[in-house]
Design a protein around this ligand. Structure first.
Ligand code: SF4
Length: 261
């Protein structure tokens, strides 16, 4: 259901939720539980606009607290006989910003191996921290590395994602090469006004440029989706399933698998 209010996860562990893209997914939010913290400020963000500054010292959840919360949740699922398809890092911002991201992934993989060895560990990320070798090395350990790529041109990237860290679209594309095709791209399609400017990443120009970027990145899958819940910018419109299917067909013609939701 679409509501007018954006949403903040008030826990470290949430769900499990039924996700079309990931199946039964237990979520992990490494960001604050009372506010969003991200180095993008996407106009469609379901957590609303950034309020915390990425420059402030943020009290991240201690590594041990994340591990204890996760183990408790996994034990609970085991008792209830609920098998998660995925343990997914998402939530109130960019998970790779957590300074203990590497240790937390190691803990998560270890706990997954004990409780649900067939579940996948997934990370949804905006790729902005790939300048840190430890983040690249850590992401290579997870089963599903899902990177955001909503734009084909720098102008659309700046308008939709509003990066805080002087990142350019080309910088993101260059750094995705580290994964040697073992990655998934997730792309949000939308149109509408933001600050009086019309934004439409389903335009022929943007889609054609985005397809060229996909040819460089060569992901194993592209997930295409549109708005489902309240967004930071209220003037945005959902894209029809027919239009998403039309774009997905162009991706398939490049020999890349797609999932439309
Ligand atoms: S990267 Fe994700 S959390 Fe960050 S602003 Fe964009 S949608 Fe929101």
């Amino acid at each position: 259901m679409q509501t007018s209010e954006t949403f903040i996860f008030d826990k470290i562990i949430f769900g499990p939720v039924k996700s079309r893209r990931l199946g039964i997914s237990l979520g992990i939010n490494l960001l604050p539980t009372d506010s969003k913290l991200c180095n993008f400020n996407c106009i469609y963000c379901e957590c609303g606009w950034n309020k915390l500054s990425t420059r402030n010292k943020t009290p991240f959840h201690p590594i041990s607290v994340v591990r204890e919360n996760l183990e408790e949740a996994l034990k609970h699922l085991k008792e209830k006989n609920i098998l998660p398809d995925a343990i997914t890092f998402a939530g109130n911002g960019e998970p790779t910003m957590h300074p203990g991201f590497s240790a937390i992934i190691d803990d998560t993989i270890a706990l997954r191996n004990i409780y649900f060895p067939n579940s996948k560990v997934a990370v949804l990320t905006n790729a902005t921290m790939l300048n840190r070798p430890i983040v690249v090395k850590t992401l290579k350990k997870v089963d599903l590395k899902i990177f955001k790529l909503d734009a084909g041109t720098e102008e659309t990237f700046q308008s939709i994602n509003q990066p805080k860290s002087h990142r350019s679209l080309q910088w993101i594309v260059d750094h995705l090469q580290y994964f040697n095709r073992d990655l998934i791209v997730q792309s949000m399609f939308l149109k509408g006004f933001c600050n009086g400017v019309f934004i439409n990443n389903t335009s022929e120009k943007n889609v054609n440029s985005w397809l060229r970027l996909l040819q460089t990145i060569k992901p194993k899958q592209v997930m295409l989706y549109s708005i489902d819940r309240a967004t930071a910018e209220k003037e945005l419109k959902k894209i029809s399933k027919e239009k998403l299917d039309e774009i997905a067909t162009k991706v398939n013609e490049l020999g890349i698998e797609t999932m439309v939701s």
